[in-house]
Design a protein. Structure first.
Length: 401
């Protein structure tokens, strides 16, 4: 089998320079990459760069090498098309099926997964025309990653930056791995909580837990790669925002509840992967708690935090909304898991064993997914993404058509 064929479409934006890094990552990881810049992209990075980095000739128009019918062949032969940066203009052309250069022709002839990584000024990204074009492309199964937030071309900052090449590369790798399989979460909205809440005692101290957030991020990345619109509610992970995902940063259980409930209002599925503190200090000391000679250690009174998983399971924001919980157990893992599934009222519960041997923060995981219909799906030891994909398989099977 030859190398997977990737078409890298490059739009005319300042972020075109970042696409060089994406091209290099793709070729170095064994992909045969054909760069198809638009004529405006060549104002930012010249044809010689794309040709040298890809090892292929580069043209922007359909009139070069006409005997090879490139406007049809390049798209037909591709295993993946990724457009980075995708300008507002390119998104509009793709959404409306316009084909006035080699890249837009390629987008019409491609039958493989297509990834768009938009980059533009915030106003353009937020314009209703762009919003509708993005929605159209997603509905048809394209993966449109959310732009990153940060410094834009000039002194301004906001949403619209091209995500880092490494992030876009990850989305491409996943889309390629899934191959021609339709993005089964296209058009779906999902909410994922990740990380561990911290409950402040005073300005410098908190009660926390060891959750790394890696499983929640794996769920977010895989859902985005399967076409979902993802909101990730993140608590204290320190992990960079993944491409293609709206991230809400929170600290405490109460903040996490508020953010999850808000995002869940129009979500098809909610996955609670965060480790939420069951208790928080009853009182917050506005000044640092000091030790005093002759005074015993202070007592800390705890109060219960709301159980978010039980709440969203009991009051589904939409009919057919699928709710998934996680449970870390040290013993009687399956029996405790089955009991917890019933108590929380969720549809699926991912149960894994934790203990001294099984450390938090690992790259790999092993679990059993319990379902409210009684089925149990064991997931062997492996990358957290494999577990994430199994969770989405089970969620997708439960979503109403
Ligand atoms: N969870 C939640 N809100 C809480 C506590 C937990 O939504 N206040 C969610 C977690 O995100 C996870 C699931 O519930 O999906 C399992 O949490 P766990 O703490 O194991 O369940 P508990 O009911 O607290 O069970 P126990 O402490 O008895 O193990």
């Amino acid at each position: 089998m030859g190398k997977p064929k990737v078409v890298l479409g490059v739009g005319g934006g300042i972020a075109a320079y970042k696409a060089c890094e994406l091209l290099r990552r793709l070729t170095e990881s064994g992909h045969d990459v054909r760069a198809v810049p638009t004529a405006s992209a060549l104002h930012f990075v010249g044809a010689a760069t794309w040709s040298a980095l890809s090892g292929h000739p580069v043209s922007t128009e359909v009139w070069d090498d006409v005997h090879e019918v490139p406007h049809v062949r390049i798209g037909q032969q591709a295993d993946l098309v990724v457009v980075a940066p995708a300008t507002a203009d390119l998104l509009a052309k793709a959404a409306h099926g316009l084909a006035d250069d080699l890249l837009t022709n390629t987008l019409l002839t491609a039958r493989c997964p297509v990834v768009f990584a938009p980059a533009m000024h915030t106003e353009m990204w937020e314009h209703p025309a762009t919003r509708e074009n993005v929605a159209t492309l997603r509905r048809r199964g394209a993966i449109v990653v959310e732009p990153a937030v940060g410094r834009l071309t000039g002194v301004d900052t906001g949403k619209g930056r091209l995500p880092e090449a490494a992030e876009i590369f990850e989305v491409c790798r996943r889309a390629l791995a899934r191959g021609a399989a339709a993005p089964d979460l296209a058009g779906r909205r999902v909410v994922i909580s990740a990380g561990g809440t911290r409950e402040p005692l005073d300005p410098v101290r908190y009660l926390g837990n060891r959750s790394s957030g890696k499983q929640g991020y794996a769920l977010a990345r895989t859902a985005a790669a399967r076409g979902a619109r993802v909101t990730l509610v993140e608590a204290n992970t320190g992990i960079p925002d993944p491409a293609g995902v709206d991230v809400v940063h929170v600290g405490t259980a109460v903040q996490l509840r508020e953010a999850v409930l808000k995002a869940a209002a129009d979500a098809d599925a909610v996955v609670m992967a965060a480790a939420v503190a069951d208790f928080r200090p009853a009182a917050y000391a506005p000044g640092k708690i000091k030790k005093r000679d002759g005074v015993e250690a202070p007592e800390i009174t705890l109060v219960r935090n709301p159980d978010i998983l039980a709440e969203i399971s009991a009051e589904r924001a939409r009919p057919g909304q699928v709710v998934v919980g996680f449970a870390a157990e040290t013993d009687e893992v399956l029996a405790n898991g089955r009991d917890k599934l019933r108590r929380k009222g969720c549809d699926l519960l991912v149960v894994n064993e934790v203990g001294e041997r099984r450390t938090f923060g690992a790259e790999e995981n092993e679990a059993v997914v319990l379902s409210s219909d009684g089925t149990e799906t064991p997931v062997p030891h492996g990358p957290k993404e494999a577990l994430a994909d199994t969770v989405w398989d089970l969620v997708a099977a439960r979503l109403p058509a």
